[in-house]
Structures are given as structure tokens and as C-alpha cells.
Write a protein that binds this ligand. Structure first.
Ligand code: F6R
Length: 610
């Protein structure tokens, strides 16, 4: 999604803004721009469709745009096609205001019509421009009062950065339903939509809350509520290293993050196992509250939803309680059935996905308890949930998630074991066996990653297929969903995941000579059933690539064209191993097809619009 960065200080702003935008590139964008106060009574804007390099060239790495205060933006088009003119920052007609915006102004049509009737001429098709024009229309010499007035007129979700020509020593930042963070420095201050844009300059940050307005100057930062009353905000310290958000010699962030999974899994799980017991010190649910849960609803989007799908099988088996999995975008509009004995588990890497956030708020409104599993510390979902467990994956930059998926799953195992123990649903032998295997997962992940060339070889055979099905039963089906999503989002190959038994109820009609079917069969008790489905697709001309465990490999090889095998482990933990060949397969296929792996078309890292 769009990225915002703002700087006020004594250095030249443009190079800092461009650097910040570069660090936000991973979020996905189609155009970029900067606005800088020129020190002589004017705001200069340079913006361009395309990669950041275009903007960098146009401004000679920022040197052609002098000034010590400014705003930058990377745009992911919503209203109006990607173009130079629709890029941000947007200026008001007489050049008094420059505005950058993430989110959507829902009533922009009516505001635009109103302003046009007042003689305002619009330059772009965007919803954002109405904010700049409205600011100029309402301006009465008092910047904060003008901003407040405009906020009363606009509806929707927004993070705004505002620069006013008449008060060129301050930036105004506004937040509602779209993240915005303030970076505190010595003699300078910053604002950004994502901490990665700030981390090179400062580790001291303030997370803005909804309906807050901040005023940034060289001297300091003040935060106000919607009534312009000062708000005391506690600065937080960001402790991850800048290198964590850099490629470190790898060709792609996605590959780096795939390779980081053993470490991410260790960091997430090991500190929470003490004397072979799961200890969730950071979980604020009391044992009584856990025992009182009679129903669990897992809410998430995309890959996080797929973690929920796997977790349903695991939690139901461990807890013998009903577990539903809901797409966040559906949950909030479905008149959901939850009670105060329902635990809603919300899963989100970014902690900012708007659908997940809205669904969480709805669940809370209905009286459910909410436990969030989140990667980004201080994110909105983490702050608003009743209880939080962090996935210590470190910053995830590639659009296609890998290590966040693995750590979300890891936290789910821990939650499952911890709850099962408190609820008296697990015997000590089973508990001990799972914990023991949990500690072995990282080294088993490493052994799969050491043999990655094997999967690269399969990708080189199959990368030209146009249609790929993933089939599996139960947990294998849930892993297939993730395998299919990984592949389609970065390689653009049409792909679907099916519960294998469903194929013959319609979809098998699409299987023909040359269709590739990835068959997942990790579980002994379902192996034969799955192999019957494999025979069905093979007899219709499909090429079949199998994924199974070492133990079942030989049996699978008899029927399929090629086999990938992961080490054996406790069945509950197999998804953590199975997903890695799926990620590598998608990665290598996309590489061979020459795709832009870290920035897949039309996709954004953090989806902050509905
Ligand atoms: C796919 C992917 C997305 C995210 C989804 C939810 O690789 O990354 O499907 O999983 O947009 O994002 P979070 O987890 O940040 O809420």
C-alpha cells in the first residue's frame, strides 16, 4: 500500500525523503513524489509514475530540490489510474498546501463537487486532492484549527502528512484507521507510515492513535486529540537492527526470508519453552478464562487466514472444541455468532490489515475476547487487542509472506499445547512428544533448505505450466492453499487448491494433458485416499508432483512423476516443514519466469484499504 515519509530538520530533506521512500518500496507502489518547501515562499513538488529511480533521476537524488522540510509518498493507485498527475503529494490550487495521504476519503465526490461549485479547479482524479483543496478553502491563518475543520468534513480512513506554505517550519500529521508513526530525533523529526522508513535516523518513535493530530518542528513533536487538547504520548524504542530490513547479499528479500525461517521459528518458540513446558508469560488470559472458552473463531486474511485453516485442524484435535476460521472481510459483515465465551484469535503479520482490524473491533463490540498474533510491535491490532502474542520473525519485507507464516503457525502450536494442558485435554506423553519435536523443527527446516537445489530442479521442469492445482486432504489441503497462493502471487500462474475429494465434484473437468497437479500426502491415514485422487488426475493426463514425508516417499514415488519429501516429525507439526518446499517451488518458478519477486504486480505488503 501507499507509503508516507516526512522530515523537518536542518539537513536537506529530499535525500532523506527519497531514502525513506526506498525503504517503503517493499509495500508495493506504482508512482512516487516529494514536496519540499524551497525557503523562498514556495513548495516545490516533483512526482512521477513508475519506480522510485525515475523520481530520483528527476531530482538528481534529491539535490535539485533544496529545502529542509518536506513530504514524500509512494502511491498504490485506488482512485485514478497510476500517472504523474495522480501521484502524491497533491497541491492545493494556489499552492498553499501539499498533502500526502494513505487510505481512502469516502465522501470525496461530494466534497469535490462542493469545491468545484466554489470555483476550485482540480488537477487529478484522486480522492486525496480534495483534502489539499479543502485545506486551502478553509484556511484562516490558524493551521491547526484549519486542519481540525477539514477533519470534520472528511470521512474515511486516512494517514495524512500536511505542509503549509504559510507555516513552513512545521509538518502536520493526522491519523485515522491508517498507520502513522512519528520519529523523534535531535534537531529533527520525522513521520512515516512504517517504522522501516525511520530506523536509519532514529529508534525513538511515537505510534499515533486514531483521531490524533501531531505537529512536528525542528524543536519537537506535539500530539493533540481531535479537540486540539494535548495528549501525552510515551515514546517507544525500536530494537531491531537496520540490517534486518536489508537484503544482506541475497538476490531477493523473499529468498532471504525463506532462509531465515529456522531462526525465526527458534526466536518465536524456544524462549517460550521452559523445562519442556510451554510458558506464555506474555499471554494475559488467566487459566480460568482459558478454561471458560467454549468456541474459537480465527480471523485473518490471505496467508494469515491459511495459518488459521491449518490451526483449525490442530486446535480441534487438541482441544475438542469447535474452531471456525473466518475471512476478516467476510466476518464483519456476516452478523457473526460470538459470545463472551468465544475467543477470537486474530492473526496478522503487519497488525494493520484494515479488514482484520475492523473484524477485530466487531468481535470486541460483540463481547468476545480477542487474542492477536502479530509480528509488528506497536501496530494497531497489537495495541487494540485484549491479549497479544508476538511472532518474533523480525521485519518481513517481501510482499509474499514466508517467515511470518511459519512463526504464526509456531505460535498456534504453543497456544494449542498451552490451552490443551489447562483444559485437561492432553495426556503427558503426547504433550512431551510434541514439545520434544517442536524443538527439532528448526534443524529439520534447515535440512530442507540445504537441499533446495532439488526443488529448484523441479521448478525448472514445471515452470512453463499455465495451470497448476494443489490437492490434499485435511491439513494437507490447508497447506495446499498456501502453496497455491504463494505460486500465483509471485509467478502469475493460474493456480487453485482443492480438497482432493472435491475434485470429482466439478473441477476435474479442467484437468487435461499437461496440467500440473501438486499432490500433498503427508499423513499416513489419508495417504491411500489421496493416492486414488492422484490416479484419477494422472489418467486424465496430468503431470503430478508429490509432496510427502521421508517415511511415505517410496510409496508415493510409484505413482507420481516426481516427489519432494520432508523429514518425518510429529503429525501436528508437519505443516511447518511441508510449507517450505511450497515456498521454494513458488520462488524458483517465479525466478525462472523472470518475475519481479519482491514486488509482484498489483500487490501491496500491508493492505490498509478495504
Ligand atoms: C500473501 C500475503 C498476504 C497476507 C495478507 C494478510 O503472501 O502476504 O496474503 O497474508 O494480506 O496480511 P497480514 O498478515 O499483515 O494481516
Amino acid at each position: 500500500m501507499c507509503g508516507i515519509v516526512g522530515y523537518v530538520g536542518q539537513e536537506q530533506a529530499s535525500p532523506i525523503l527519497l531514502d525513506g521512500l526506498r525503504r517503503l518500496e517493499y509495500r508495493g507502489y506504482d508512482s512516487a513524489g516529494v514536496a519540499v518547501y524551497d525557503g523562498q515562499g514556495g513548495i516545490r513538488v516533483v512526482k512521477a509514475k513508475g519506480r522510485l529511480q525515475v523520481l530520483s533521476d528527476l531530482t538528481q537524488e534529491g539535490t535539485a530540490l533544496p529545502g529542509t522540510i518536506g513530504l514524500g509518498h509512494t502511491r498504490w493507485a485506488t482512485h485514478g489510474e497510476p500517472s504523474d498527475v495522480n501521484s502524491h503529494p497533491h497541491m492545493s490550487q494556489r499552492g498553499k498546501f501539499a498533502v500526502v495521504h494513505n487510505g481512502i476519503i469516502e465522501n470525496y465526490m461530494e466534497l469535490r463537487e462542493f469545491l468545484e461549485n466554489q470555483g476550485v479547479t482540480f488537477a487529478s482524479q484522486t480522492d486525496t486532492e480534495v483534502v489539499a483543496q479543502l485545506l486551502e478553502y478553509c484556511y484562516n491563518g490558524d493551521l491547526m484549527a484549519t486542519v481540525q475543520k477539514v477533519l470534520h468534513r472528511i470521512r474515511g480512513a486516512y494517514a495524512l502528512g500536511i505542509l503549509c506554505r504559510d507555516q513552513p517550519d512545521v509538518l502536520v500529521a493526522v491519523r485515522k484507521d491508517s498507520p502513522l508513526i512519528l520519529g523523534l530525533g535531535e534537531g529533527f523529526n520525522l513521520l512515516a507510515s512504517d517504522v522501516t522508513a525511520l530506523i536509519r535516523y532514529t529508534r525513538d518513535v511515537v505510534y499515533m492513535d486514531d483521531n490524533e493530530i501531531a505537529l512536528l518542528s525542528t524543536a519537537g513533536v506535539q500530539v493533540f486529540d481531535a479537540y486540539l487538547q494535548p495528549v501525552d504520548k510515551e515514546p517507544q524504542r525500536v530494537d531491531w537492527e537496520i540490517s534486518a530490513a536489508e537484503k544482506g547479499g541475497y538476490e531477493h528479500f523473499m529468498f532471504k526470508e525463506i532462509m531465515e525461517q529456522p531462526k525465526a521459528f527458534r526466536d518465536t518458540v524456544f524462549p517460550r519453552i521452559v523445562n519442556n513446558r510451554v510458558v506464555l508469560e506474555d499471554l494475559s488470559l488467566t487459566p480460568e478464562e482459558v478454561r471458560d472458552i467454549d468456541h474459537i473463531v480465527i480471523i485473518a486474511c490471505g496467508s494469515s487466514y491459511h495459518v488459521g485453516m491449518v490451526s483449525k485442524y490442530i486446535l480441534e484435535k487438541l482441544l475438542r472444541k469447535p474452531v471456525e476460521v473466518a475471512l476478516a472481510s467476510e466476518f464483519r459483515y456476516s452478523d457473526p455468532f460470538v459470545t463472551e465465551r468465544t475467543l477470537c484469535i486474530v492473526i496478522s503479520q503487519s497488525g494493520e490489515t484494515i479488514d482484520t482490524l475492523a473484524a477485530m473491533r466487531e468481535a470486541k463490540r460483540l463481547g468476545a475476547k480477542v487474542l492477536a498474533i502479530v509480528n509488528v510491535v506497536g501496530s494497531t491490532i497489537a495495541r487494540e487487542a485484549d491479549h497479544v502474542l508476538y511472532t518474533w520473525a523480525g521485519p518481513e519485507i517481501a510482499v509474499a509472506t514466508t517467515k511470518a507464516y511459519s512463526t504464526q503457525l509456531a505460535v498456534m502450536y504453543l497456544v494449542g499445547l498451552y490451552f490443551a494442558d489447562l483444559m485437561g485435554r492432553i495426556d503427558s506423553n503426547t504433550y512431551d512428544a510434541i514439545v520434544c519435536e517442536l524443538l527439532r523443527i528448526p534443524s529439520k527446516m534447515e535440512s530442507i533448505l540445504e537441499n533446495k537445489e532439488h526443488i529448484q530442479y523441479f521448478a525448472s521442469i514445471y515452470f512453463n505450466h499455465d495451470s497448476i492445482f494443489f490437492i490434499g486432504r485435511n491439513i494437507d489441503y490447508a497447506i495446499g492453499l498456501e502453496g497455491s497462493l504463494k505460486l500465483k502471487e509471485i509467478s502469475y500462474i493460474h493456480s487453485e487448491a482443492y480438497a482432493a475429494g472435491e475434485l470429482k465434484h466439478g473441477t476435474i473437468s479442467l484437468v487435461e494433458d499437461g496440467t500440473l497437479v501438486v499432490a500433498l500426502a503427508s499423513y499416513g491415514q489419508l495417504f491411500e485416499k489421496l493416492m486414488s485422487n492422484v490416479v484419477e488426475v494422472k489418467s486424465r493426463g496430468a503431470d503430478v508432483l508429490g509432496l510427502t514425508t521421508q517415511r511415505l516417499k517410496e510409496s508415493m514415488e510409484k505413482t507420481v512423476d516426481a516427489t519432494m519429501a520432508v523429514p518425518d516429525t510429529h503429525p501436528m507439526l508437519l505443516p511447518s516443514l511441508d510449507v517450505i518446499p511450497m515456498q521454494l517451488f513458488a520462488y524458483y518458478v517465479a525466478l525462472m519466469r523472470g518475475c519481479d519477486i519482491d514486488k509482484p504486480r498489483n500487490l501491496a505488503k500491508s493492505v490498509t484499504v478495504e
